[in-house]
Design a protein around this ligand. Structure first.
Ligand code: C2E
Ligand code: CA
Ligand code: CA
Length: 476
């Protein structure tokens, strides 16, 4: 209710019915002002959920949020993570300068942590000098989720490296971190324990460092981190290679190729794209790399203009979301095709279903602009997302590519058979070519052909090959 002076107050309303002598029912209300009571209840609730020094969620609220995050992650199959953050040598600071300095540091650290997470994430203080970050919805892909958690942790380390001003004292602070991924069906206490173990290992490893709970994941990440640091040299030292996997018609004749990147590593040999493309997408290296792929593919198209059989081959190039979303992507492609003077209709861009759906307005606009240049499109990994027929009809697509995960199980698995047949029918109805990827057996090919799919790519015909081997195959 509102007072005469405009202030709002809380009331408790009680009603009573009494019956008068002439049988009339009278309704009485008792109004009690409970504003004070309400305020103290809010305060008690606040104290129960928040840390008074930093204003962050306390352990109690955090556990609640983690529990919700686990439920959500189990439902959506998207991984999240929790990160334990611990200040190195905090005790020493307290011992030498007193607790008031320690408190200022805790407050400042809370601010920096908060400033570096998304709205949907939570930072909490678990007591002492330990903080916990809860990161929701990282990625459906476990290694990508791990990389994202890793990048955030590294960013936090950089942020913390900026000296703190503690009542005039310049203080250099380092932190250690333990990370555990929120997986399907995890349990809150177990998860906290995992992150704690990882933190302990980070401290053991000499502080100012971070560790993942899962040893296998830690190992995989060590490799990724090494690869990531070596990748900038890969471009400089000309270690990237473009392999070409043939795409064939019903007679098994090559009609085009898909360009697939490889990294010819000086020590490790051939590194496949799944081991380096994911972090390139996160750290932005995909832009120069994607550019390199486009240029290399155009050079190849130009060379094949003179070749008696290959002059009609198209080259399909994979485009990652980050590349496609660049504001100048269309002009970049235009400049490249103009530069090499290639026939644009032989350049096919493979866009994944998730890229297309992620920002449909931008996608439709850019696709139409590229289409006007004469370029063709294939929708990669088709069937794995949620394309609606309405969108499909609006997109200037030339081809649908049935994802390998369906091809793997046909004939045999009824639902995959049905999806495969439906995609083929849709393609035919929309007057698009349909290609199946990952075709490994004659039985798969026969099934696809029987239902009207007449273009194929897969080990049954050829693996991705370096250009020399592809040309040998073409000439044989
Ligand atoms: P994708 O576009 O779905 O490529 C098809 C992948 O399936 C390729 O793996 C190919 O070697 C593999 N494959 C083809 N036929 C068969 C088969 O019959 N059996 C099996 N088991 N596998 C088959 P690859 O070359 O390792 O590429 C993996 C992914 O890396 C690609 O998936 C694509 O998403 C990405 N990628 C590759 N090159 C590039 C690139 O130049 N730029 C970008 N942005 N991504 C790339
Ligand atoms: Ca592809
Ligand atoms: Ca694919």
């Amino acid at each position: 209710m509102v007072h005469g002076d405009g202030t709002v107050f809380w009331v408790h309303l009680d009603s009573n019915v009494s019956v008068s002598s002439n049988d009339e029912k009278l309704l009485f209300f008792t109004i009690t002002d409970i504003t004070q009571e309400r305020k103290s209840r809010d305060t008690i609730q606040y104290l129960a959920d928040y840390d008074t020094l930093t204003g962050l969620a306390n352990r109690h609220l955090l556990k609640d949020r983690i529990k919700q995050a686990i439920t959500a992650s189990t439902r959506s199959k998207i991984f999240g993570a929790i990160i334990f953050v611990d200040i190195d040598h905090f005790k020493t600071l307290n011992d030498i300068h007193g607790h008031s300095f320690g408190d200022v540091l805790l407050v400042e650290i809370a601010l920096r942590l908060r400033a570096n997470i998304r709205e949907s994430d939570t930072v909490g203080r678990q007591g002492g000098d330990e903080f916990i970050l809860l990161l929701n919805n990282l990625s459906p892909d476990i290694s990508e989720a791990a990389i994202m958690a890793l990048h955030l942790s590294e960013k936090l380390q950089t942020e913390m490296a900026v000296p703190f001003d503690l009542n005039g004292l310049e203080y250099h602070c380092k932190i250690s971190m333990g990370i555990a991924l929120i997986e399907n069906g995890a349990n809150v206490d177990e998860l906290l324990q995992h992150a704690d173990i990882a933190l302990y290992q980070a401290k053991e490893a000499g502080r100012n460092t971070l560790r993942f709970f899962d040893p296998a994941m830690q190992e995989a990440l060590n490799l990724q981190v090494t690869l990531e640091s070596e990748l900038s040299d890969a471009l400089k030292h000309d270690e990237l290679r473009l392999y070409y996997q043939p795409q064939v018609n019903v007679e098994g004749k090559i009609i085009g190729v898909e360009a697939l990147i490889r990294w010819q590593h000086p020590q490790r040999g051939i590194v496949v794209p799944n081991d380096f493309i994911p972090f390139c997408e996160i750290n932005g290296m995909i832009l120069p790399i994607g550019n390199w792929v486009l240029h290399t593919a155009c050079v190849q198209l130009k060379k094949w203009e003179q070749h008696p059989t290959a002059c009609n081959f198209y080259v399909a190039v994979n485009v990652s979301a980050k590349q496609f979303r660049q504001p100048d992507y269309v002009s970049l492609v235009k400049t490249t095709i103009d530069h090499y003077q290639i026939n644009p209709s032989l350049l096919k861009l493979e866009l994944t279903e998730s890229l297309i759906l992620d920002n449909i307005v931008d996608t439709i606009q850019k696709m139409h602009e590229l289409k006007r240049l004469g370029i063709t499109f294939s929708m990669d990994d088709f069937g794995t997302g949620y394309s609606s027929l309405a969108y499909l009809a609006k997109l200037p697509l030339d081809q649908l590519k049935i994802d390998k995960s369906f091809v793997d199980n046909v004939p045999g698995a009824r639902s995959d058979e049905m999806i495969t047949r439906t995609i083929i029918t849709m393609g035919i109805e929309l007057e698009m070519n349909v290609i199946a990827e990952g075709v490994e057996t004659q039985i798969q090919k026969d099934f696809l052909l029987k239902h009207g799919c007449t273009t194929y790519q897969g080990y049954l015909f050829s693996r991705p090959l370096p250009i020399e081997q592809l040309e040998e195959l073409m000439n044989s």
